[in-house]
Design a protein. Sequence first.
Length: 459
Amino acid sequence: MKNFKISYLILLFLFTWSCSEEETRQEESSTTKEAPIMQSAQREGLKPIGSGVMMQAFYWDVPAGGTWWNTLDTKVQDWSNAGIDAIWLPPVSKAQNGPFSMGYDPFDYFDFGEYNQMGSVETRFGSRTELTNMIDTAHQYGLSVIADIVINHNSGGDLEANPYTGTNTYSDFNPLSGNFFRSATDFHSNNIHANDSGAFGGFSDLCHDQAYVQDWLWKNPNSVAKYYRDVIGFDGWRFDYVKGFEPWVVKDWKNEVGGFSVGEYWDSNVSTLDYWTGAAEASAFDFACYYKMKDAFMGNNLNALNDNMLWKQNASKAVTFVTNHDTDEITNNKILAYAYILTHEGYPTIFYRDYEEWLNKERLNNLIWIHNNLAGGSTTILHVDTEEYVAKRNGYNNDGLVVYINNSDSWQERWVETNWSNTVIKDYTGHSSWEPTTQSGKWVKIQAPPKSYSVWSLK
């Protein structure tokens, strides 16, 4: 009997000792240091995302020193008054480069500028309190707040022996927040597979097929997604470098926590972009449109605007933009590119520096007003050549419009067929003083100034 008890105790010890790391990690993934304080997926009083225009509320290397959240706090009221409906923030958590990082090398997803790690307490942008105060202000003025989510890769882990590579790798993550510890099993290569869709820049590549990673990123009550939504106050998601992982990740995240979702799939192939939006059930930045506008306005050939773009194939999933923090290639005739995206289908984005520093804010505000009040319905291209482009929006709960973009060096005039008979129209940009009357057959002559544009609708 004694020998049986000893054998039983040995077996019990061995069973306990041999419990898989995954089971232990599953238990760990269900705990966190701070519980969420609200569970609503939709906040009242916000403008519907897509009813206006998104503001990219940062640029690469914004001023360091922890002042950025306070800077944005002073601007959101004016942006809301201008017709912005959402602001897209840079990655908000502590990254490896600490006070100098733009956030795309994430280390601790739950440190928003409150733990002394990676060389600072605050992030480059400020403290947690300054972040949440700014988000509260944005909500007060009806703006949704979009989080830039970097979940393809991590940075800043310590060296550890990696049983999957037989080498030492920087995959030991011990964040001071106490949430989402990571080790070699959570990255590629691991016990599941050697890689996924793509790694980035030599950073540790997260494995989204690991249940532990899914739990911490979006599934558990205190996951990154639910914490960002319920505690910090985010309303939607901009997924960084979605080429690096499968589209089901975005789909699962969105289905778990809701909110507007857009992916950065950096590819000019319209079919590829359209496939990804369907598989992810999310929007995508319209890089096809971006590159065609580059050909049109930098290459001085507006015929490129005839080519296919995501907004032409699936306007409800297209987020259009002229430039962002990674690109600034459309430098010539940039206001013409904004005239294009703000009069056409898709959900347009304005770049912070274009609005606040580089371009004429009054002209951009006028185009935002035109987008929000006149640019409804399907699009019909009426004329395009090397220097001139004319298109009409056919109206949906509004009168629609005709936009005339002129990239030549002189005033141009053109007869076009509108949707209006025997009606006085005017140029809502103020660039032309004409107020012509459309013929009974809906034709009318309009004009546009050199290197500029006009936008016509019912007076």
